[in-house]
Design a protein around this ligand. Structure first.
Ligand SMILES: CC(C)(COP(=O)(O)OP(=O)(O)OC[C@H]1O[C@@H](n2cnc3c(N)ncnc32)[C@H](O)[C@@H]1OP(=O)(O)O)[C@@H](O)C(=O)NCCC(=O)NCCS
Length: 168
């Protein structure tokens, strides 16, 4: 298993096919996916995981598994995604946490490591998170990491804030 990043409480490593059930507990859950068009079917999730494998091969990054070190447990995913917004290719940090582990600061901790990786290791000038205005928990994650709302766009069928951060 390829470990990419480590934080105080978490490891971020590449996903493997064995992560399917733990991922489905998140992406197949309607409450977790409230701000997405729908919870994922098994087929949708299989395709989404395959896209991450393809992205690891093409880009060296993608969404990674979020492992809680003290329990050696898969609790979510976080990582880097290419997104086209208003005709511009952007690098996004995305995150999803199993509901059992919400509210303990795991998403901001993982996301911070991903922003640092993109800005400092990959040398990106800017990075974003695309967040629907109603998704207050996700907006808190972005704000805790110093992202600012840059603009509001209609994207993938819904209004989204483009939260952005630039290299210091
Ligand atoms: C967004 C998400 C990853 C946050 O993960 P987390 O590890 O629980 O993050 P945090 O522990 O920082 O908690 C989220 C923050 O939102 C706040 N929050 C939670 N529900 C809230 C609500 N209904 N209204 C306002 N704030 C809320 C929490 O209080 C916390 O802020 P605080 O630390 O200042 O109190 C998690 O909620 C999730 O997996 N959501 C579903 C997937 C998703 O929407 N991903 C983002 C797509 S853009």
């Amino acid at each position: 298993m390829k470990i990419i990043l480590e934080t105080e409480r978490l490891l971020l490593r590449e996903l493997t096919p064995d992560d399917f059930d733990a991922m489905f507990a998140i992406f197949g859950d309607a409450e977790t996916m409230l701000y997405y068009p729908q919870a994922y079917s098994r087929e949708m999730l299989e395709a989404a995981i395959q896209r991450q494998f393809d992205s690891y091969a093409e880009n060296g990054y993608g969404l990674w598994a979020m492992i809680l070190k003290r329990e050696n447990k898969f609790i979510g995913d976080c990582g880097l995604l290419h997104q086209e917004v208003d005709g511009v290719l952007e690098l996004e940090v995305g995150y999803h946490v199993n509901r059992q582990y919400w509210g303990q600061g795991f998403a901001p901790e993982a996301a911070k490591a991903c922003f640092d990786y993109g800005l400092n290791t990959l040398g990106r000038k800017r990075m974003i998170s695309m967040i629907r205005p109603e998704n207050l928990p996700s907006r808190r994650v972005a704000e805790k990491n110093g992202l600012r709302i840059e603009k509001e766009v209609f994207w993938r069928g819904f209004q989204h804030y483009v939260y952005a951060i630039e290299r210091a």
